[in-house]
Design a protein. Structure first.
Length: 389
């Protein structure tokens, strides 16, 4: 079924009164309706106390509060349902976002985000789990947003274009050899649609953001494709997305079997770009500031592409893999990103879900330890299927 696509400006109209002010009664009614299908975290934490608090804020802040919830209000399948629009949202609306973040990241007590990039090479080696895992596509990324700019849901077209140009300057001078490919019409580095399609096919470039209603309804995908692009290193192991869900996604992709080597590569890229003078938005408690609260903390997501034909019964039972992965603190996705499907071999992108309250080093360890368990179950499922055959 073709997904219905609605952009933020249109979607938010349903929650305004005749004077253009936010109508919290309409918001509540929509959350009630959605609760019959699925309760997102945005829905769960929208309580009468929250409404009371938000009504004390200015009209502009009330509009921002609506913006934050738009992804959830416009999508039946939202599990989180909120996106921040500016770094300060995490403080201004902390009465709403703090419990939600704590719930998602399973934080009890006080936690302050710490960073630790001390990740061993030669330890988290996939062939130790299964000798067949010799050449695996391994990926790690960190999300970053630069201080002083709105987050993508609130950026204007001009801001998106200016931000991209600021990054192009950084890319030209930051010392790692590579090339920037822009999707912005008329940009000096603009690539053709065919070139973009080729980069998407190779899993380098992100998909057309206007095909995902979570991104359109929240404003993340607004002004597409202006201000969007990708920098790719000469050896094609390092890349930086500009203008996706976060202003920057700093990525390393390595074919091999040592998870630590991906971190090494990613850290080199991250510190390189940081030295070019960018100051990233950081929250005193939550760490790295990201558009989606799921990425707060380290902003780091590390994954491998693995095949799980037995657990998924030839890719037909994705849910089973997702459910098993979840028990081990992992998330299983299709190959094309967040809401995509798996193929007939049950190829899935597996990553630890936790980003906050863990360090960068712990994310890698959790991935490795989770994979040990997941491949054990895959092997077991294979044996059982053979016995039944
Ligand atoms: C949802 O609420 O289901 C979507 N907004 C997706 C949230 C999860 N992750 C993400 O955006 N990085």
């Amino acid at each position: 079924m073709e997904q219905q696509i609605v952009f933020k400006e249109e979607a938010r109209k349903a929650f305004l009164d005749g004077d253009g002010n936010v109508d919290f009664g309409k918001v509540q009614a929509r959350w009630n309706e959605l609760a019959k299908v699925k309760v997102s975290l945005g829905n769960k934490y929208f309580t009468p106390e929250v409404v009371e608090q938000v009504k004390k804020l200015s009209g502009a802040d009330q509009q921002r509060f609506l913006d934050i919830m738009m992804g959830g209000l416009a999508n039946d399948d939202s599990s989180v349902g909120v996106y921040a629009t500016r770094p300060e949202d995490y403080d201004v609306f902390s009465f709403y976002l703090q419990p939600l973040i704590r719930d998602y990241h399973k934080i009890e007590g006080e936690t302050k985000q710490e960073h630790d990039w001390n990740i061993p090479v030669d330890e988290y080696v996939l062939t130790k789990i299964d000798p067949k895992l010799e050449k695996v596509s391994m990926r790690a990324r960190v999300a970053r947003n630069v201080k002083g700019w709105n987050l993508p849901p609130l950026m204007s077209k001009e801001e998106r274009i200016n931000f991209e140009n600021k990054m192009v300057e950084a890319f030209e001078n930051f010392g790692i050899k590579g090339k920037y490919h822009s999707l912005t019409p008329g940009h000096k580095n603009q690539i053709t649609q065919e070139q973009a399609d080729e980069l998407i096919k190779r899993h380098f470039l992100f998909n057309d953001m206007t095909t995902d209603n979570h991104l359109t309804s929240s404003g993340v995908a607004s002004d597409w494709p202006f201000g969007r692009g990708i920098w790719i290193s000469e050896d094609e192991t390092k890349m930086i997305w500009v203008g996706e869900e976060d202003q920057l996604r700093i990525i390393s992709i390595v074919q091999g079997n040592d998870l630590g080597k991906v971190d090494q590569s990613l850290y080199q890229l991250l510190t390189g770009i940081e030295k070019s003078g960018l100051e990233f938005a950081e929250h005193p408690t939550y760490g790295v500031v990201t558009t989606c609260p799921t990425n707060m903390g380290t902003g780091k997501r590390q994954s491998i592409l693995g095949k799980f034909p037995n657990i998924t019964n030839g890719g037909k039972d994705e849910k089973k893999l997702k459910d098993i992965a979840r028990q081990f603190g992992l998330q299983a996705r299709g190959m094309g990103g967040e809401h995509s499907a798996m193929d007939h071999e049950g190829t899935a992108d597996i990553s630890p879900s936790a980003r906050f309250g863990v360090t960068e080093a712990v994310v890698t360890r959790r991935l490795y330890e989770g994979l040990i368990k997941l491949y054990e179950i895959e092997a077991q499922a294979g044996k059982e299927q053979q016995q039944q055959a």
